[in-house]
Design a protein around this ligand. Structure first.
Ligand code: ZN
Length: 156
């Protein structure tokens, strides 16, 4: 079996189900496309699966973030354009609360974001917990690749 690496350096192997064909017996969901490798002909090796899953989670956390957790320099999607965040003000103005036994609990406060959209500065006020689309940027897979090596050592 051939072992090589994917674009992030994770070890992959020829899909054991379709033998690297990308296609297998017909099913109603994916047609003849192999559902194990999704037609990509390769899968992450079993040893690297946990590290790969952790890396995928990290990537998705990069891509979706609560407005209050944004950082300066992050790129956010505004009307299909990536805009650089240049200022973040977390206000104490409540935008959601609950009242239980006459005690009022503030759930969220507003966040005021300033960003540059096509050279023009814009501001945007939103719920601090509203989920923003963020450009994942260059995500370093090194710590996740290191997880594979640690597991290999632990098994020896
Ligand atoms: Zn396959």
């Amino acid at each position: 079996m051939t072992t090589t690496t994917n674009q992030f350096g994770f070890p992959i192997q020829t899909c054991t189900r379709c033998k690297g064909e990308g296609h297998y017996s017909y099913n109603q969901v994916t047609g003849t496309r192999c559902f194990k490798c999704l037609g990509t002909k390769t899968t992450i090796t079993p040893k690297a699966k946990e590290a790969w899953a952790a890396f995928q989670l990290h990537l998705s956390n990069r891509k979706e973030v609560a407005a209050k957790n944004l950082q300066l320099g992050d790129l956010i999607a505004r009307n299909k354009v990536w805009c650089e965040v240049t200022n973040i003000i977390i206000t104490d103005e409540a935008c959601g609360w609950s009242i239980q036994n006459e005690v009022k609990t503030v759930k969220d406060t507003y966040v005021i974001l300033t960003y540059i959209r096509e050279g023009i500065e814009e501001t945007f006020k939103t719920n601090g917990n509203s989920v923003m689309r963020r450009h994942s940027g260059a995500v370093d897979p090194t710590p996740f690749l290191a997880m594979i090596k640690q597991q290999t050592k632990a098994k020896k």
